[in-house]
Design a protein around this ligand. Structure first.
Ligand code: PDD
Length: 287
């Protein structure tokens, strides 16, 4: 049985309750994180918690927990859920809290609601281009809002795009802005490879500052064997890429071999993916 954390207590997930006046429920007024733990070890813990602190500050939610408080809390949650699986994801959600009425302006003197639970995640994929499960994706215009850099619990825009891909039988959907420039996927960041260079859109308000994206860029730069660029990526470049990848805490780096019903390059997982995934896998616990 999954054990959750809610406002200071651990309890069975099925017994956790919040008020219907919680602003997370009424307005999607909150910030969340998803952190992967493999064999009890987190990937990018400090980076995830810093992103959450930045998100909370940007929408003026005051939460007095330090990164160390969070670390201790999450370790306890992981320990309580160890029987679920060897590898666990932790979902953390901080909403502005439950007010006494429904009113748009930020209320004063309302305590944030803090909720977390753990769930089983898959084993990492093999670092082997012949064995990894590739993704097939479609694409569409990015119709979300202009604060995609905030990891907000208001995810309807993302959910609608994800559903569009899912209903079409695809594993994900890539998004392009109105100028035809790549932004990200509905629940992941996106990369292309051209002539041996790994290229990903710059981190601005059109994309989530993904922690996996950050670790990929930092570990590849530290290794030095694969050049990386952060810049605008056009639709043409995506369609003519040698490789396309998507990244997230649950997918790590996933190769995409089909886009909009056509093969990416020769339709096989690329050699740069394998080399980059090797570097990422060797160094991910250092972040
Ligand atoms: N999704 N972009 C979007 C829109 C995302 O929702 C996510 C993650 C990412 C990748 O971020 P990270 O590498 O920090 O996981 C990019 C999470 C996992 C989710 O909503 O479940």
């Amino acid at each position: 049985m999954s054990i959750a954390y809610l406002n200071g207590s651990f309890l069975p997930l099925s017994e956790a309750r919040i008020s219907p006046l919680d602003r997370g429920f009424l307005f999607g007024d909150g910030i969340y994180e998803v952190i992967p733990y493999y064999g009890g070890k987190p990937v990018g813990f400090n980076l995830h918690m810093q992103r959450m602190a930045d998100g909370l500050a940007s929408i003026e939610i005051k939460c007095d927990k330090s990164i160390d408080d969070w670390r201790v809390l999450m370790e306890e949650l992981i320990a309580k859920n160890a029987s679920l699986n060897e590898n666990l994801g932790v979902y953390i959600h901080v909403s502005r809290g439950a007010d006494t009425k429904r009113y748009h302006a930020y209320p004063e003197n309302v305590e944030p609601t803090i909720f977390a639970f753990a769930f089983a995640i898959k084993d990492p994929e093999p670092v082997d281009r012949d064995k990894v499960h590739p993704y097939s994706v479609c694409s569409t215009e990015d119709l979300r809002w202009k604060h995609c850099n905030i990891k907000s619990t208001s995810l309807l825009g993302n959910v609608m795009h994800y559903q569009q891909g899912y209903a079409a039988g695809e594993n994900e959907i890539l998004l392009f802005n109105s100028k035809g420039e790549l932004t990200e996927g509905s629940s992941c960041n996106a990369f292309i490879v051209k002539d041996g260079v790994v290229i990903t859109p710059i981190q601005d308000n059109q994309i989530l500052p993904g922690i996996t994206r950050r670790i990929i860029l930092d570990s590849l730069r530290a290794d030095g064997s694969i050049p990386v660029e952060e810049r605008t990526v056009t639709m043409d470049e995506v369609r003519n890429a040698d490789e396309v990848w998507i990244s997230s805490s649950s997918k790590e780096i996933a190769p995409v071999t089909r886009l909009d019903g056509k093969a990416v390059n020769d339709g096989k997982v690329g050699a740069v993916w394998e080399a980059a995934f090797r570097i990422y896998t060797d160094h991910k616990f250092e972040y």
